[in-house]
Design a protein around this ligand. Sequence first.
Ligand code: NI
Length: 229
Amino acid sequence: MLLRIPNVLTREEVLHFRERLSQATWVDGLVTTGHQSAKAKDNLQLHEQDPLAHELGTLVLQALERNSTFFSAALPLRIYPPMFNCYREGQTFGYHVDNAIRYDRTRQGLPQAIRTDVSSTLFLCDPDEYDGGELVIEDTYGNQRVKLPAGDLVLYPSTSLHKVTPVTRGARIASFFWSQSLLRDDSQRRTLFELDLSIRSLTQEVPDHPALVQLTGVYHNLLRQWSNV
Ligand code: NI
């Protein structure tokens, strides 16, 4: 499932991110890349240990926490600390699949393994600020080209081949991160997301209908059956 979630960040928050990132020390994006995708990758990132990445990553996580659509669609068990990248003119990231497992080394003790089930990109620049820089995701319905307003997020299965087309003017800044989901399987996540949407819409329209209790029970029983925790 590929899903666009608008306004994950407010306009004011986007401005705050942009202001803070104007002071950023960008490093070569190859620092976080697996062997296979290194050949395809040419961009800049904040170093994972950079205090600014931690500061802004915490704000991203806070924004996600108040976003029920993100939770319903991704059903996150763990979220890898959000990272930040920048593509300047001429930079690009060719087709690749993200590494299956990431190790969170920002915590005390042994690094925590996180299986990447859901990939997210949170756009921090508006589409008119740069040319190119589209996120292209291979999907069963064909290629999806994604370029969203600042503050909007796209999520898609981490199993997908994807790329960022070359930026030909301006710069493209975004945050990106992975979630390990309670459900490994994308089609199961989609089924539960659609069920949740239906329950929410019925709750609005016929709040006292007795079948709503049953339907909510079905949601939770499927989640219990399918979740791998
Ligand atoms: Ni990727």
